[in-house]
Structures are given as C-alpha cells and as structure tokens.
Write a protein that binds this ligand. Structure first.
Ligand SMILES: Cc1ncc(COP(=O)(O)O)c(C=O)c1O
Length: 388
C-alpha cells in the first residue's frame, strides 16, 4: 500500500490532504509522544542543550542527560544498569557485537543464537552480523526452542546459548511465552534477550513490560528496546547486569561509532518515564481500550487473538476485499493500516493498534464504521492466522 503523507497528528488522529482521520495505527501506545509535559521537556532542554551532540559519547558527545536517563531507566526496569543506543535497531546490533566480542578476540565464533522464526529483522540482522550460529524455532513454541537448544548443545558442547525474542511481536500482536522460554534455557552460559519494543510502557501493571507481565526476574534476562514507541520519544537502550553494560560500552563498535540520541530527547524520555509512574491511569485506559476493541472485533466475526497486546491484526478472504475495506474506512474517516510488513499473519493484513488516548467516542465511531464497511465489502471475514 502507498505511504500516507501525514501533515499533522495528535495521539489519536492524523491529518491527510487537509482532512482529519481517527487513526488506529502506529505505536504511540500511551500517547506520550504528544503529552504536554513531554513536549515541554523538549522546549526546556532546548534552553541549555543543542539539538545534537554531533559526536559519539566516548569522544565529546556525552551529556548528563544521557547518563541520568541510563540510570533512571535501569531503576525503572529494576535492572542493574542500562546503556543508550541511537535506536532500538542499533540496540540489538550493538548487543550482539558485544556478546560476540570475547569469542571474536580469540578468533572463535560467538556461540549459538536461538531465535523465534518471526523475530524482528533487527534481531536476525544483529546475530548474523556478529557471526552467531543461528537456530530458528517455531513462532512462540518453547518446546521447539528447547529442541533447538538440545540439538546445538549436543553438536557443540560448551557453547554459549543466547535466545532472542520479541516481547510483543509487532506484526501479529502475540506475546512471547517468556517463562517457558526461560525454562528451556540452560542454567549457565546462557542468556535470554527480550526485545521489548512493543511491551515496554504497555505490559505489566506498572508498564515495565513483558517481564513484569509474567512477573519474571532472572539474571539471564537482557532487555533491549526502542524509546520511540510506548515512551513516545526517540532512541534505543539495552539493560542488564553492570558487567554486561560495561562490555557493550567498551566492545560494541556501533555504540562507540555513532552519535547518540539527541540530548533534548533524552531529557524528554526522562520526563516520559516519570509520567508513567505519575499517571497510572494511562496504562489503565490503554488496557480498557484494548479489552473493548478486542471484544468488539471478535463480536464482528474477526476472531483476533485474546492477549492484552495493543496490536490486533486481521486478514479477510482476499486482498481485493481488504483494499476495498481500507478505502471504505478512509472515506468514513478512519485509518487502519493495511500493510505488508514481514512476519504478519499473511502477506497483506490489517494492523490495528490501540492507544490510551482513544476516547470512548472515537472507539464507538471506529466500531460503527468498521461494521458497516465490513458489511458493504461482502463475505464474512476469515480467521486471522496467528497463534496465541
Ligand atoms: C521488535 C522491534 N525491534 C526493534 C525495532 C527498531 O526500533 P527503532 O525504530 O527504535 O530502531 C522495532 C521497530 O519497529 C521493533 O518493532
């Protein structure tokens, strides 16, 4: 589908060709990208910082804002330490570089990366670039992950096992079975890397993400994320043990050789973290909106999977019908992205996402327009092809 040139937006609307549409797309799940206190934080930081550091942090581009954000983020997550990266994508690349560096220094390969077959492409790129031996397991299937781990341990005893997964999968809204994956992991010489780009600020009663959702604490857990989705800012980060974060800082070329997240945005991200704790109603509203929309979609014959994720994907019986539905929705003033992003339930699918800032009236309107558009585009929807 063609890209939409957005002229202006709020947390729940976009303006295209001078027309305002109610938008159920994107990943600004709490609306923090438009929160007045986050916007004010940027203005405030402009008073004492420039737009960019124009240099990497280990040369002359380190600011107090970066250091404060790292320690506040680690505290927020309950991890020992965190390190910022330019984006979520580069967080995975830098982490794989760092994890692979001790072995690379010995002229050895870095071990085995066991990855969900539908992992985000940044994970696959990261482990490929760092030279890991890659073992895919079936999407969300911890028993298959265990099979892959056993097979590789038998073939290459003593190798470190790093299991990588998304927390929430962006393209189908499913949640990784983290407790079962952790149970499949060897007790020693192993790590589970949770890319929580879509779970951070969303899952768990306090928005700490997928690990809070499952109430998991384990020294083998390493966390990576973007700061551009639930947190509404920009940048990426890795969190884990102090030892790991030092390894990333000293060994990851991607960290050393890039300009960091603009410091004014680091300042804004600090404010966004505080808002999550100060305004717990945001997470509660998001949960309520998710519950309501998911139930209503199911009642319309779109049997979306039953998870607390703000991402709901569905396919209809033909691409032509999906294009017709998309056009009907747009002409009714509702935008739901119809995308061909990798790892979805079909080559072309609707990805509806919910935000805390969607009002009950906007949701009523969505449901009314969606129901009538489905009826006008004929035959009933077929089931989404995603696993829970
Ligand atoms: C699971 C996942 N990992 C990594 C990224 C990359 O994050 P960023 O956009 O900050 O580079 C994304 C973003 O789309 C994502 O969905």
């Amino acid at each position: 589908m063609p890209r939409i040139p957005i002229q202006a937006n709020t947390a729940s609307t976009i303006t295209v060709d001078g027309r305002e549409l109610i938008a159920f797309g994107g990943c600004n799940y709490l609306g923090l990208g438009h929160h007045p206190d986050v916007k004010n934080a940027i203005v405030r930081a402009m008073g004492f910082l420039g737009v960019t550091t124009s240099a990497s942090r280990e040369t002359s581009g380190n600011t107090l804002e970066h250091e404060y954000l790292e320690s506040e983020l680690a505290g927020f997550l309950g991890m020992q330490a965190a390190i910022l990266m330019p984006e979520g994508y580069t967080a995975n690349l830098a982490l794989a570089q760092a994890l692979g560096s001790p072995a690379a220094a010995r002229g050895d390969d870095p071990g085995i990366a066991v990855i969900d077959e539908k992992s985000h492409r940044s994970i696959r790129n990261a482990v490929e670039a760092a030279g890991f031996v890659i073992a895919d397991y079936e999407h969300l299937n911890a028993a298959d992950a265990l099979r892959a781990i056993r097979q590789h341990i038998a073939a290459r005893p003593g190798r470190r096992i790093c299991l990588w997964t998304d927390g929430i999968f962006a393209a189908d809204g499913s949640i990784a079975p983290l407790p079962e994956l952790l149970a499949a992991l060897p007790a020693f010489n192993s790590a589970i890397i949770v890319d929580d780009c879509h779970g951070f600020c969303v899952l768990g009663a306090r928005g700490r993400g997928a690990c809070e959702h499952f109430n998991l604490r384990d020294p083998r857990i390493i966390w990576t994320s973007t700061l551009a989705k639930g947190l509404g800012c920009y940048g990426g980060a890795i969190a884990g043990s102090r030892e790991l974060i030092d390894l990333v800082r000293f060994e990851a070329g991607i960290y050393k050789g890039t300009t960091p997240v603009p410091p004014i945005l680091a300042h804004a991200a600090r404010e966004a973290l505080r808002i999550i704790d100060r305004e717990p109603h945001l997470i509660q509203r998001l949960e309520a909106n998710i519950r309501r929309i998911r139930r209503s979609l199911a009642a319309m014959g779109l049997p979306v999977i039953d998870t607390p994720s703000p991402v709901m994907t569905f396919v209809l019986d033909s691409p032509a019908r999906m294009r017709a539905l998309y056009d009907h929705l747009l002409s009714g003033g509702v935008f739901i992205p119809l995308i061909d992003y990798p790892n979805g339930p079909a080559p072309l699918y609707f990805r509806l996402s919910v935000c805390a800032m969607h009002t009950p009236a906007q949701i009523d309107y969505l449901l009314r327009v969606l129901e009538s558009s489905l009826a006008r585009t004929a035959s009933p929807a077929c089931a989404p092809r995603v696993a829970g």
